[in-house]
Design a protein around this ligand. Sequence first.
Ligand SMILES: [Zn+2]
Length: 124
Amino acid sequence: MTDAAGPDDAFVLYDLKVEVVQGDKPMVCNHKVGDHFFLSGENLSLPPGQTFAIYPLAAILPLLPAKQRETHRNDWMTTDAEIACPDPYCGGRFRITRTGKRTFRHSEVTLVPLDAPGFKAEGV
Ligand SMILES: [Zn+2]
């Protein structure tokens, strides 16, 4: 039996790109316009030789799992894509872009069974 995503335990997440864009003030941190990283599933990757400061990363991280998932068209998480640098003197912004979809299998990312006690998926 299959669903829209493929095999029974398949699910889909968006791949993301997070890129530095210019805000309305000069940037004071060491990030530069165009610096970026990619997120695919749980894996973050940077271009060779590029760094990414931990302070803006800490501000961005909580939003990434939501951006990886399908969201309602009216949800602000669907429309809002820029995160401000946590340094109040820095004009850096970080734009999150959904770059594609990737299929994962529940059985490959967790040992918790789909019919675990206390869990009931919507529509099941
Ligand atoms: Zn900054």
